[in-house]
Design a protein around this ligand. Structure first.
Ligand code: SAM
Length: 462
C-alpha cells in the first residue's frame, strides 16, 4: 500500500478506536514504519488547522470520492510536509487544488495574526496540553468603533454582558456566553477561555483585535499624545503598532521597523484591516536605524518589544519555560541589551517602554539594569501602574519593583514583562491613555535626584 493510503487507514483506525497510534502503525503492514508514524503524527498535530482549510477550500465538496482522512494527509504533506513527494493519482488531484489551498492558508494566517505554520498550532495545542487557561481578551479597535457598539453587537449575538469586572477572580469565574469589561483597561472585553472569534465579523473587519491583556500594557503605558512621533522598533506582526495608532487616533507618525519580510507582509495586511494610517513600515534592522537621522528628530516615544525566548506564552504548554538553552538566552539577552541601549540614543526621546513575553530575569530586569547603568544619568525607571499586582523581581536591583510582570496565576494573562523609562528633568512625557494616578516617578537603579517629583496624572494630559 502507498504511504498516503496507509496513513489515511491509520487515521480511520484511530477514529474508530481500533487501537493506539503506535500499534496501528506497526500493524499496518507498511514497510517504512518510521516514515508512516511521522506522517500520521504530524497530520494529527495539524488536525484542527487541516479541518479548517478543507472546509474553507470546500475540497471534499469538490472531490466527492476523496475520503476525509486521506484529504487531511494529502493537504498536510502538500502545505506543511514534504510537498507531495509520493502519491500517484492522489498527488495529481491534490495539486489541482494547490493554489486554492495555499490562498486559504495565507488567509488563515492573516486572520490569526501569525506568520509561521507553527504559530497556527498554538491555540489548539494549549487546549489539549493542560496548559493554564487565560481568558479570551478582545481589544476594541477605537479607530473603527467604540466599546458600547461592540458590547451591543455581542449582546445581539446571544452573549450576556456583566458590566465592568471588580476583580481578577471575577474574570477567572467567567463561563458560557458571558463577558465583562476588564477592570484595568477600559477598551478591553473579556470572554471565557477558548472563545473563538477568528471567524467573527468584527474580527475579520478589524473592529476588534484579539490580543492578550498583558500585551496591551506596553502601548497603554507608553501613552503618547495624539500627534506624537513614535518608533516601534521590533514591530511585526503589529498588534502593538495598531494599539499605538488607536491611542494616537491616527494623528502623528509611527516608524515601525522589523527585520522579517514575511512578518512585515502579514503586519501590512493587519494594519490595513485595522484602519491604521499613521504607521510607516520599513524592513530594517533596528540597530542600523541612525538616531541622528533628521527623520527621527521628533521621536519622543519608543516601544521596544524585541524577540525573546517566549517563555511566558502559556499556549506553548507546560515545560515551555525550560526551553531556551543557555546559549540562546545569552544571544537573546545580548540583542535585547544592545537594542535598548540603542533606543535610548534618540535625541528627542522622552519615554520608552521595553517589553517581552519572557519570564527570564536575564531578558527582563537584567536588561533594564544594564541600560540604567549606561544611561541612568539621562533616564529613570518609572514606577508604572502601581495598582498592577505583579511587580519586577526585587532582588535584581534596587527599585526593580517599578517594572511590571504578568502571569496566568497572578494576573490571568500570558507571562509578560514591561519596564517604562522616562527622560529625567524637563518635559518628561506622561501617558495619555491611563487611568488617573496610574503611575509615579521612581528613582531606581541610579543615583537619586534631589527631590523626586510625584505627579497625579490626568487623562488626556501630556
Ligand atoms: N511588537 C510585535 C507585536 O506586538 O505584534 C511583536 C514583536 S516580536 C516579539 C519581535 C519582533 O522583532 C519579530 O517580529 C522579529 O522579526 C523582530 N526583530 C528581531 N530582530 C530585529 C532587529 N534587529 N530589528 C528589527 N526587528 C527585529
Amino acid at each position: 500500500m502507498a504511504l498516503y493510503g496507509a496513513a489515511a487507514a491509520v487515521l480511520e483506525g484511530l477514529e474508530r478506536g481500533d487501537g493506539g497510534l503506535k500499534s496501528l502503525v506497526y500493524n499496518s503492514g507498511f514497510p517504512h514504519v518510521r516514515q508512516l508514524y511521522a506522517l500520521v503524527s504530524e497530520t494529527l498535530r495539524y488536525g484542527p488547522v487541516l479541518e479548517k482549510l478543507l472546509a474553507d477550500a470546500a475540497l471534499l465538496q469538490a472531490e466527492k470520492k476523496l475520503p476525509a482522512p486521506l484529504a487531511k494527509v494529502l493537504v498536510y504533506d502538500l502545505l506543511f510536509g514534504k510537498g507531495l513527494k509520493c502519491g500517484g493519482r492522489w498527488k495529481a488531484l491534490a495539486r489541482r487544488h494547490r493554489a486554492r489551498l495555499e490562498a486559504e492558508l495565507a488567509r488563515l494566517k492573516v486572520q490569526r495574526g501569525v506568520s509561521s505554520n507553527e504559530e497556527l498550532l498554538a491555540p489548539a495545542q494549549a487546549a489539549s496540553s493542560g496548559a493554564p487557561q487565560v481568558p479570551r481578551y478582545v481589544r476594541v479597535n477605537t479607530l473603527k468603533t467604540c466599546v458600547d457598539d461592540v458590547v451591543e453587537f455581542f449582546k445581539r449575538q446571544g452573549y450576556s454582558y456583566l458590566g465592568k469586572a471588580a476583580s481578577v477572580e471575577e474574570l477567572r469565574a467567567l463561563s458560557g456566553k458571558k463577558f465583562l469589561l476588564d477592570l484595568h483597561l477600559p477598551e478591553l472585553l473579556v470572554f471565557p477561555p477558548q472563545t473563538d472569534f477568528h471567524d467573527n465579523l468584527l474580527y475579520t473587519s478589524g473592529h476588534i483585535i484579539l490580543q492578550d491583556k498583558a500585551s496591551c500594557l506596553p502601548a497603554v503605558l507608553l501613552g503618547p499624545a495624539a500627534g506624537s512621533h513614535i518608533i516601534d522598533a521590533c514591530a511585526a506582526p503589529g498588534n502593538k503598532t495598531s494599539h499605538l495608532a488607536a491611542i494616537l487616533k491616527n494623528k502623528g507618525r509611527i516608524f515601525a521597523f522589523d527585520v522579517d519580510t514575511k512578518r512585515l507582509a502579514t503586519m501590512n495586511t493587519l494594519l490595513t484591516r485595522a484602519g491604521v494610517t499613521a504607521s510607516r513600515l520599513a524592513q530594517r534592522d533596528f540597530l542600523t536605524v541612525e538616531p541622528g537621522d533628521p527623520a527621527y528628530s521628533r521621536v519622543t516615544h519608543l516601544l521596544l518589544d524585541p524577540s525573546c525566548s517566549g517563555s511566558g506564552m502559556v499556549t506553548r504548554g507546560p515545560g515551555a519555560e525550560a526551553a531556551p538553552s543557555a546559549e540562546r538566552l545569552r544571544a537573546l539577552a545580548g540583542f535585547q541589551r544592545k537594542a535598548l541601549s540603542h533606543a535610548l540614543r534618540f535625541p528627542a526621546l522622552r519615554r520608552l517602554v521595553y517589553s517581552t513575553c519572557s519570564l527570564r530575569r536575564e531578558e527582563n530586569e537584567d536588561v533594564v539594569q544594564a541600560a540604567l547603568r549606561e544611561h541612568g544619568s539621562a533616564f529613570r525607571l518609572v514606577n508604572a501602574f502601581p495598582a498592577w499586582p505583579c511587580r519586577g523581581v526585587a532582588a535584581a536591583f534596587p527599585g526593580a519593583e517599578g517594572c511590571l510582570r504578568a502571569s496566568p496565576a497572578a494576573t490571568l494573562t500570558q507571562g509578560f514583562f514591561v519596564a517604562v523609562l522616562e527622560r529625567r528633568g524637563e518635559g518628561a512625557a506622561a501617558p495619555s491613555s491611563l487611568p488617573a494616578a496610574a503611575e509615579e516617578n521612581a528613582q531606581h537603579g541610579t543615583e537619586p535626584e534631589a527631590a523626586p517629583r510625584k505627579r497625579k496624572r490626568q487623562r488626556g494630559k501630556e
